[in-house]
Write a protein that binds this ligand. Structure first.
Ligand SMILES: Cc1cc2nc3c(=O)[nH]c(=O)nc-3n(C[C@H](O)[C@H](O)[C@H](O)COP(=O)(O)OP(=O)(O)OC[C@H]3O[C@@H](n4cnc5c(N)ncnc54)[C@H](O)[C@@H]3O)c2cc1C
Length: 474
């Protein structure tokens, strides 16, 4: 099975893919130092639970103790830190890299992500690098269709493109502005555990420091070494994607639509996945391919070669040739459909990729990172306002249920979908007969993008919502 790795600016490797069967326990995490004393009954970790702002308050400005420690300042970590700080909690956000830093991504934001960003009060002006798009262009099976994002009361009618180099830094600074304390260049090496309960009471970092918190959030992405060190491994019964991407100087840099190509061939097999061309508006296009692990040859595919072969079929004037490539081809895994559970255990909450929240229908992860962060923050704020540990625990246990209520049925449907499109005959049939039928594609766009009115809506919205609700969340 092929592996992809990425060297960060600090020299550490942050992305690892593929996936299935790959042991993800970092040896250094397993033996993390443990915190000595067990808490007395009625205490949460080593700090008595108290309402935010009330006394006694364990956190000191600039100190190594906080109400909540968030590990990883990607979209999920920065969003949870933003919401917690806004609610008046002392939040320490620990990030192993320094901003600005690269993150392997397609850089595409659907209306779902736009809504989440708007809810966080992130300004999105067009003249400040937020490139708007009006929909999806889908190409495949000899057909080509442009579908505008639906204008709904629940979601705006536009998406965005923004390079993750900027995007992640903007969100991290937004969290800082709200009052979160961000420490960059601080890799977390493992949890601090309460001897008696096994509950997480903080984390250790590479430079030998210890940070303590009443709760800890794992927002450290797909590999989530912190979750692994707490015994939470990836589930092999959940789908996983692998994607590679790069950038080319290209006249296709300016496009009103995100473009997806369904014709990815491996010999005579049509692969379950798609290629994308997202114009960045800066003279370059983000170009990549993503595949699901439900195809027979998933582990044996050379993704870089697949990308090159696919690009060789593009018109020469688009410029997707080696001389115009501005970045290396890099890849990473997309953990889908809750591929790490439970999402709460012993003082640790999982958000974003750490909890495997990528949408299995379309590979979108940023919106779910932001949304799960908001749900986690709401739970944490209520939990820390309780006056007893048992009361806090009752609230914390609802995090799992709230995530299941939000995505469980939809992700179960997504698992059926990825099994189906893993069969080349189904994929061929769907591509050949679907792309040329606008009504089918409009339905597909709402289903694949999870873009329905949350209440009411048209017949398609009501059907999709009903099916998602009726499907058991597993
Ligand atoms: C090729 C590719 C293309 C994609 N395209 C899209 C797309 O177009 N749109 C979309 O919505 N999604 C896309 N995704 C998915 C998306 O990138 C992820 O779902 C999203 O980044 C998840 O955010 P996160 O905050 O959970 O994790 P991450 O973005 O991975 O952030 C994790 C953070 O934790 C830090 N960290 C890790 N370990 C430690 C540690 N030990 N100590 C301290 N910090 C640590 C990392 O440095 C990082 O900053 C794509 C993914 C891939 C691989």
């Amino acid at each position: 099975m092929k592996r992809f790795t990425r060297q960060d600016q600090d020299g550490s490797v942050t992305e690892q893919a593929p996936p299935a069967g790959t042991p993800d326990l970092a040896p250094q995490d397993a033996g993390a130092p443990q915190l000595g004393s067990a808490p007395a009954d009625g205490e949460l970790g080593s700090v008595r639970a108290s309402a935010p702002g009330s006394t006694p308050r364990a956190s000191l400005p600039g100190g190594d103790t906080a109400d909540v420690i968030v590990v990883g300042a990607g979209p999920a970590g920065s969003a949870v830190a933003y919401y917690l700080a806004t609610a008046g909690l002392d939040v320490l956000l620990l990030e192993k890299t320094h901003f600005p830093r690269e993150k392997v991504c397609g850089d595409g934001l659907t209306p779902r992500a736009v809504k989440a960003l708007t809810g966080m009060g992130v300004p999105l002006p067009e003249n400040d690098g937020w490139l708007r798009n009006r929909g999806l262009r889908i190409i495949g099976g000899g057909g080509r269709i442009e579908l505008d994002w639906p204008e709904l009361s629940s979601y705006p009618g536009y998406g965005l493109v923004r390079a993750r180099t900027d995007f992640d830094q903007i969100l991290a600074r937004h969290a800082e502005k709200a009052g979160a304390r961000l420490l960059e260049g601080v890799p977390v090496t493992g949890p601090l555990l309460d001897d008696r309960t096994g509950r997480i009471t903080g984390v250790t970092t590479k430079d030998g420091r210890q940070f303590r918190g009443r709760l800890v959030v794992a927002a450290d992405g797909n590999s989530s070494r912190l979750s692994v060190a707490m015994g939470l491994h990836k589930r092999e019964d959940r789908p996983l994607g692998v994607a590679v991407r790069t950038y080319y100087a290209s006249p296709r840099h300016d496009d009103d639509y995100l473009e997806a190509w369904l014709d990815l061939w491996d010999g005579s097999s049509l692969l379950p996945g798609y290629g994308w061309i997202f114009g960045m508006g800066d003279g370059t296009s983000n170009v990549g391919v993503g595949l699901l692990n439900t195809s027979a040859g998933f582990g044996d595919i050379d993704y870089r070669d697949l990308l090159r072969r696919w690009l060789a079929t593009m018109p020469a004037e688009w410029g997707f040739v080696e001389e115009n490539r501005t970045q290396p081809i890099r890849g990473a895994a997309l953990p889908m459909a809750f591929n790490r559970t439970p999402h709460y255990t012993r003082g640790l909450l999982l958000v974003g990729d750490a909890g495997g929240m990528v949408n299995p229908f379309n590979g979108e992860g940023i919106a779910y990172a932001l949304e799960s962060a908001e749900i986690a923050a709401r739970v944490i704020v209520q939990a820390l306002a309780r006056t007893t540990a048992s009361g806090s625990e009752l609230v914390l246990q609802t995090y799992r249920r709230q995530l299941k209520d939000a995505y469980g049925g939809y992700y179960t449907l997504g698992r059926v979908f990825v099994e189906l499109i893993g069969k080349p005959s189904f994929m061929r049939f769907a591509t050949k007969h679907g792309v040329k039928r606008p009504a089918v594609m409009r339905f597909s766009m709402k289903l694949l993008g999870n873009l329905t009115e949350t209440r009411g809506g048209d017949a398609v919205d009501r059907l999709l919502n009903a099916v998602s609700k009726m499907t058991p969340a597993a």
